[in-house]
Design a protein around this ligand. Structure first.
Ligand SMILES: [Zn+2]
Length: 57
């Protein structure tokens, strides 16, 4: 068993965009439970907007 890298009251999430694990408390993204950082959040939303844009115009 490895020791916990994060203290017990910090939940570890997996970034939806880059798939890396991160401590939710350290995320700089607005949606901290979804993205590990602002960069991923922006890239994901840009991609989503591009994708949806081709569907919904
Ligand atoms: Zn990420």
């Amino acid at each position: 068993m490895q020791a916990d890298r994060y203290s017990t009251n910090q939940s570890v999430q997996t970034c939806t965009w880059c798939n890396s694990e991160y401590a939710e408390a350290y995320s700089r993204a607005r949606e901290t439970g979804v993205f590990c950082c602002k960069k991923c959040e922006i890239e994901a939303k840009f991609w989503l907007r591009e994708s949806l844009g081709s569907v919904f115009g």
